[in-house]
Design a protein around this ligand. Structure first.
Ligand SMILES: Nc1ncnc2c1ncn2[C@@H]1O[C@H](COP(=O)(O)OP(=O)(O)OP(=O)(O)O)[C@@H](O)[C@H]1O
Ligand SMILES: [Mg+2]
Length: 357
């Protein structure tokens, strides 16, 4: 009799890794006042996908990123919605309901964040090796491992981001260049092999050449380790290069989502179109596009209709009264549908002048 083949475990790979549903995030701003900085965010992120969040300063990108991992400052809370995450075990949890200890394990082990302004993320009095030792020891489930073993693994991580461990590990953070610190931080975030990495403006403070090498390493690491990524950036060129898909935010809302191609070639929301139009072409004429006039509305004084209406070249009377929902225009699997929150999204395609991709 042939041996019984054990039933293979159910494939864990289908379905989204992260499913964000109607998430609101706000800050307490006074004894009785609150500011809702993110309204009704919804999107799915599948394993291995990379999504860029773009939009002007103050539109809620960092707030959403922090909210997803419950890393908000004390005054911040996720006040509505679900953040469904498929854990390494295959179980789906709502990150909002994780108890303190579980949340601590969830972070680093399953999802990690590289913060905006990460240059200051290291404790200046600790050598880099201590940062690695602390991270592993604080978050590993395993029993205490010998120092040498952890340092060996840390060295491998640093090599992965093309840093020389012999130079980096014994150094204090200030002895490293900005680019080296940023790469070390990415290595540290990946230490426990999270399935999701959220990076908030990871290259903004770096010079152009260092930016390039960080971007190349991120691309390489993602191919190798297959983590999913949410990439927050002002830099649309970077978004075009690193992301499979893009979410545009405006005044706290996701107003357009789709593949990178959709947004760069077939933008349906006038704001995305204007944002892309404000990227100078890569080559060719030296025409400098006009910046988008005006600024986003204060989050405490949002117009009753579409938040973009006061700046919108397409706005009609209806736009002043009706808030447009994020509507699917072109359905696709794996969270890749093209959706826009514009009453006129079905109209003619909007011009984009950017040179990407
Ligand atoms: N700790 C806080 N308390 C109160 N309001 C805050 C706090 N942090 C952010 N905000 C407000 O929330 C809104 C969204 O800010 P957020 O930092 O998420 O924007 P952002 O898109 O990341 O901007 P940037 O591109 O400048 O980083 C802004 O109006 C900001 O002033
Ligand atoms: Mg930010």
């Amino acid at each position: 009799m042939s041996p019984v083949t054990p039933t293979p475990p159910a494939p864990a790979a289908d379905g989204p890794l992260l499913s964000v549903r109607g998430v609101d995030v706000g800050y307490r701003t006074g004894r009785r006042t609150r500011l809702t900085a993110v309204h009704d965010a919804s999107f799915d992120l599948y394993p291995g996908q990379s999504m860029a969040l773009v939009g002007e300063s103050g539109c809620g990108k960092t707030t959403l990123g922090l909210g997803l991992l419950r890393l908000l400052p004390r005054t911040g809370t996720v006040s509505a919605g679900q953040i469904l995450f498929r854990r390494k075990s295959g179980d789906q949890v709502d990150v909002r309901t994780l108890a303190k200890e579980d949340l601590r394990r969830f972070r680093w082990n399953e999802a990690a964040m590289v913060f905006q302004g990460a240059m200051n993320a290291f404790n200046p009095v600790l050598r880099m090796e201590e940062h690695f030792l602390d991270t592993f020891r604080a978050h590993e489930r395993r029993t205490r491992r010998p120092r040498a073993e952890i340092l060996e693994e840390s060295a491998e991580l640093l090599e992965m981001v093309r840093l020389d461990p012999a130079r980096v590990l014994p150094s204090h953070p200030h002895e490293l260049s900005g680019g080296m610190r940023q790469r070390a931080l990415i290595a540290l975030a990946l230490a426990l092999r999270p399935q999701l990495l959220i990076l908030d403006e990871p290259t903004t403070a770096l010079d152009v050449l260092t930016q390039r090498s960080v971007v190349e390493q991120l691309t390489e690491l993602r191919e190798r380790l297959r983590f999913s990524m949410v990439f927050i950036t002002h830099d649309l060129g970077l978004a075009a290069e690193l992301a499979d898909r893009v979410g545009t935010m405006y005044a706290g809302r996701l107003i357009e989502t789709g593949t990178t191609r959709d947004l760069f070639h077939r933008a349906r929301h006038p704001y995305t179109s204007a944002l892309i139009g404000s990227v100078p072409p890569v080559a060719g004429d030296r025409h400098v596009p006009e910046p988008l006039p005006g600024g986003p509305p204060g989050l405490n004084a949002l117009p009753p209709g579409c938040s973009f209406e006061p700046r919108c070249p397409r706005a009609t009377e209806e736009c002043t009264a009706t808030r447009p929902e994020l509507r699917v225009l072109h359905p696709r699997d794996e969270g890749l549908s093209h959706a826009a929150a514009c009453l006129h999204a079905d109209g003619a395609e909007l011009p984009t002048r950017g040179g990407h991709p």
